[in-house]
Structure formats: structure tokens, C-alpha cells
Design a protein around this ligand. Structure first.
Ligand code: URA
Length: 250
């Protein structure tokens, strides 16, 4: 495929921008500056744009607004899985959930066939923040917030990394919480260790990518390269999210 078409499908740049970048010597193919927009390239070529490698392989990444009642797996004999929710065209694309949401947890779930991305999102060494809204059985206390921010010890002795959490509803039972690891039932176990109980859990976002307000439960969207960049950012959006949640809850 022509280089300009190839890059316009895989980067945020249009074909005309790609042409300008080629003229400015900012695109390399297999280590040499590209000179022609119509040169032929394939997924086996190694391409950089302004020094950043381009993911040449055609991969697919979806963001699903997971409803309760579905498990985060690709197949199961007894339960409905998140794959069952996808439109026909995405059923046979080898998509797998990046991490798990419990059966009763709703919201932001990434499904991808990009092994590299899957690793980046699930590896314990990476610290991409994940944002949840939790409805608690009792008001969230200052003491609990302090315990979480210092790194709370779960009831089985597991020590968690520091987490940020704050109540945003008037009754103090609705809490925004950000964690940067993905232990089994982590939020529920953290809240239990802090003397509370999670009644409902909803994931709002990951990195700097949030669930779009108009994405209905059970629906999914295909993520662009721009979305993928936001997904992997570790910059915090906690304060902005907190303000939005506070406004909408009152
Ligand atoms: N923490 C939990 O307890 N459950 C989830 O589904 C996600 C995070």
C-alpha cells in the first residue's frame, strides 16, 4: 500500500499532512528517510513518524460499556461473556478483555487483539491509573481515605499501592477511587479492609481516556490511535473527574 494511505489509516495524520512530513524528512521507513508518498510499504516495514514508531500491524481495540451480568472472559460454558455483547463483525477478531471487571461491575472495559497493548494495560509493572465510582454501604470516612492513600493492607495481608479516593455525594456513600494495579476484586477488598462495603461498582476510565457519556450499556466503540495514546497516559484526571461527579450528583 502507498505510504501516505498506510499512515493516514494508522495515525491521526491526513494524507496531505503525511506528504508534508515526508518533505520535511520526518518520516523514516526501515531506518531511512522516506522521500516519496507513493512508495510501497507493508505491515512488515518499520516506520517512524517524527521519531515515534507506528504500529503497522492492523489491530483492533474496542471500548465497551459493560453491563452487569456478563463475565470478562472470551468464552464460558455457563455464563454470558463480554464477547457475546459485541456486534457480529467483531465476534471473530480474537479480541480479549484487557483485565477483568467482576460480573456485577459495570462500565469501561477494553477489548483488544493487540498483544502489546494488552501487556501494557495488564502488566503489574505498568501503572496506568483506573478510575472507579463506588456506591458504599456506609459513608466514606477521612480515616479510610488516609488508609487508602498510604497503601492499605487487605484482610489476607496483601499490601496495596497508595490509592486516591474521595466521596463526591452529599451522603458520603458515592466515592471516586483511583487505583494503579489490578488485583482480584481489588476495590471491593480495599473498601472491606477500610471497614466498608461496595454495593455497586462502575469503572469510569483508564489513563486519560474516559467512558463517553453517550455510550450506552452494552455498546462499544472502536478506539482511534489518539484514544490509545490517552489510554496509556498516567497523568491524573482525578480532580477534574471529582468535580464533574460532584456537580452531577447534587
Ligand atoms: N475492583 C473490584 O473489586 N472489582 C472490579 O470489577 C474491578 C476492580
Amino acid at each position: 500500500m502507498r505510504l501516505d494511505k498506510f499512515l493516514s489509516e494508522r495515525t491521526p495524520h491526513s494524507r496531505s499532512t503525511v506528504k508534508k512530513l515526508i518533505s520535511a524528512g520526518k518520516i523514516t521507513v526501515n531506518g531511512s528517510s522516506a522521500v516519496k508518498a507513493d512508495m510501497n510499504v507493508t505491515e512488515n516495514d518499520s516506520i517512524t513518524v517524527e521519531g515515534t514508531p507506528v504500529r503497522t500491524a492492523r489491530t483492533l481495540t474496542l471500548l465497551l460499556n459493560k453491563p452487569a451480568g456478563f463475565i470478562s472472559a472470551t468464552e464460558d460454558k455457563a455464563e454470558k461473556t463480554v464477547i457475546d455483547l459485541l456486534p457480529e463483525e467483531f465476534q471473530n477478531q480474537n479480541l480479549a478483555p484487557a483485565g477483568r471487571l467482576d460480573k456485577d461491575t459495570t462500565g469501561f472495559l477494553i477489548l483488544t487483539n493487540d498483544g502489546d497493548l494488552l501487556h501494557k494495560l495488564t502488566s503489574p509493572k505498568k501503572h496506568v491509573p483506573k478510575y472507579y465510582s463506588a456506591l458504599l454501604a456506609r459513608p466514606f470516612t477521612e480515616e479510610a481515605a488516609q488508609q487508602l492513600s498510604e497503601g492499605i493492607k487487605l484482610r489476607d495481608g496483601t499490601l496495596c499501592k497508595p490509592a486516591e479516593a474521595a466521596a463526591y455525594s452529599r451522603d458520603g456513600r458515592q466515592v471516586l477511587i483511583s487505583i494503579s494495579e489490578g488485583k482480584y476484586h481489588q476495590v471491593k477488598r480495599m473498601m472491606a479492609a477500610a471497614g466498608n462495603h461496595v454495593e455497586k461498582l462502575h469503572r469510569i476510565g483508564c489513563g486519560e481516556l474516559l467512558l463517553p457519556a453517550d455510550l450506552k450499556e452494552g455498546e462499544c466503540i472502536v478506539l482511534s490511535d489518539n484514544d490509545l495514546c490517552k489510554l496509556l497516559k498516567s497523568g491524573t484526571v482525578f480532580s477534574a473527574l471529582f468535580q464533574t461527579l460532584r456537580k452531577t450528583s447534587s
